[in-house]
Design a protein. Structure first.
Lengths: 116, 113
């Protein structure tokens, strides 16, 4: 049972345009969400996160939106750059015990390609 | 500033062989974990640890053992390798508490033939 789903395996956008990556989750206990970026032959690197008490978090060109009622989050990249081409993973965790214990549940990933 | 270091980067094993994947972190993080990445499945949690001497199973623990004798090190042992364990393995560490991100190593690509 996939608790975190990224239904688009790939996304292709033009440089300078907006990239929107989507993620859905089913577990109501998830209360903290993260996006990771991964280049080939490297480990995932943290990009941006959002707590369930917020509906938006911005960091430069990256904005994450959370819709709790729909159990949906999205990552917006504006403007997109060729260096953003990578695999993007959505991840979720629960802090129900006062801590996440470092346990993350990941989506399948979306391959983003930004064309010059 | 090494972060999370995994060794080896690549490994080929024969079915039935055993080996240990090494993971070390220098950030004094309390939590450490192992994930495997397979095509189309994202990363799945194998085992995790919340501190020295404390480990627990994740989503896909079968065929793997872990131990954590120090804060810094969290080795993953494959007891008898099987082709189904062909994967890319990532070690991660994070601080204790709510809403902290995990830092990942560069990964170990393991092939079992």
């Amino acid at each position: 049972d996939q608790q975190v789903k990224q239904n688009s395996p790939s996304l292709s956008v033009q440089e300078g345009r907006i990239s929107i990556l989507n993620c859905d989750y089913t577990n109501s206990m998830f209360d903290y969400f993260l996006w990771y970026k991964k280049y080939p032959a490297e480990g995932p690197t943290f990009l941006i996160s959002i707590s369930s008490i917020k509906d938006k978090n911005e960091d430069g060109r990256f904005t994450v939106f959370l819709n709790k009622s729909a159990k949906h989050l999205s990552l917006h990249i504006v403007p997109s750059q060729p260096g953003d081409s990578a695999v993007y993973f959505c991840a979720a965790t629960s802090n129900a015990g006062g801590t996440s214990y470092g346990k993350l549940t990941f989506g399948q990933g979306t391959i983003l390609t930004v064309h010059p | 500033n090494a972060g999370v270091t995994q060794t080896p980067k690549f490994q080929v094993l024969k079915t039935g062989q055993s080996m240990t994947l090494q993971c070390a972190q220098d950030m004094n993080h309390e939590y450490m974990s192992w994930y495997r990445q397979d095509p189309g499945m994202g990363l799945r949690l194998i085992h995790y640890s919340v501190g020295a001497g404390i480990t627990d199973q994740g989503e896909v623990p079968n065929g793997y053992n872990v131990s954590r004798s120090t804060t810094e090190d969290f080795p993953l042992r494959l007891l008898s390798a099987a082709p189904s364990q062909t994967s890319v393995y990532f070690c991660a560490s994070s601080r204790a508490g709510q809403g902290t991100e995990a830092f990942f190593g560069q990964g170990t690509r393991l092939t079992v033939v």
